[in-house]
Design a protein. Structure first.
Length: 196
């Protein structure tokens, strides 16, 4: 059985929980609140020197941090990880986009509005760049039902996590009809669970 260290309110941790649930894999969840310093104890840093969640611990004790790396590992051999080489590269393309062009703005704006009100001066710059990422996503989803290969993959899970909670960061998703339809399709996938 897998063990997952994660924070229930985190979109990055939610990705892992959603995939484990949808694949029907057994796991133990260890709630780990980064805001309370739980990822900076000597015990936790021995498991993940980066001091972040999520963290997947395998049966043999090996550890794997970073949400999208965990998604790729868990999805291997399932329908959510394409067999076709180019499609796999496209999944990775969207996962890299999520971590570099989407999550740093949309997730951070959400975190500021929920947990760090003293940092609200940062929001306008985050909104500007977050909307650019949503524009890219909307343009793609106007032509495709899913991000890769016209079917649900871990790329959709990676982008869904923070996109569906973007309004909590102050983003107006009413501007994005294709994204809204895609969010509904993802939420309708078997085994879907809510964030939190």
């Amino acid at each position: 059985m897998y063990q997952v260290y994660g924070m229930a309110e985190s979109g990055n941790c939610y990705k892992v929980k959603l995939l484990l649930t949808q694949l029907g894999l057994a796991y133990r969840w260890q709630e780990t609140d980064t805001r309370q310093g739980a990822t900076h104890t000597p015990e936790y840093l021995a498991l993940n020197p980066a001091g972040k969640v999520p963290l997947l611990v395998l049966d043999d004790g090996r550890t794997l941090p970073e949400s999208n790396a965990i998604l790729c590992y868990l999805a291997e051999g399932s329908a959510l990880w394409p067999v076709d080489r180019f499609a796999r590269a496209q999944v990775l393309q969207w996962m890299f986009f999520e971590q570099y062009s989407h999550e740093p703005y949309i997730a951070v704006a959400r975190a500021i509005r929920r947990f760090f009100p003293g940092r609200e001066a940062e929001l306008p710059a985050l909104w500007k760049k977050g909307y650019l990422a949503l524009d890219v996503l909307e343009q793609h989803l106007r032509r495709h039902d899913y991000l890769v290969a016209e079917r649900y993959t871990v790329a959709d899970i990676a982008l869904y996590a923070y996109t569906h909670a973007a309004a909590e960061g102050g983003f107006d998703l009413a501007r994005y009809p294709a994204i809204q339809e895609w969010l509904q399709r993802v939420a309708a996938e078997p085994g879907h669970i809510p964030l939190g």
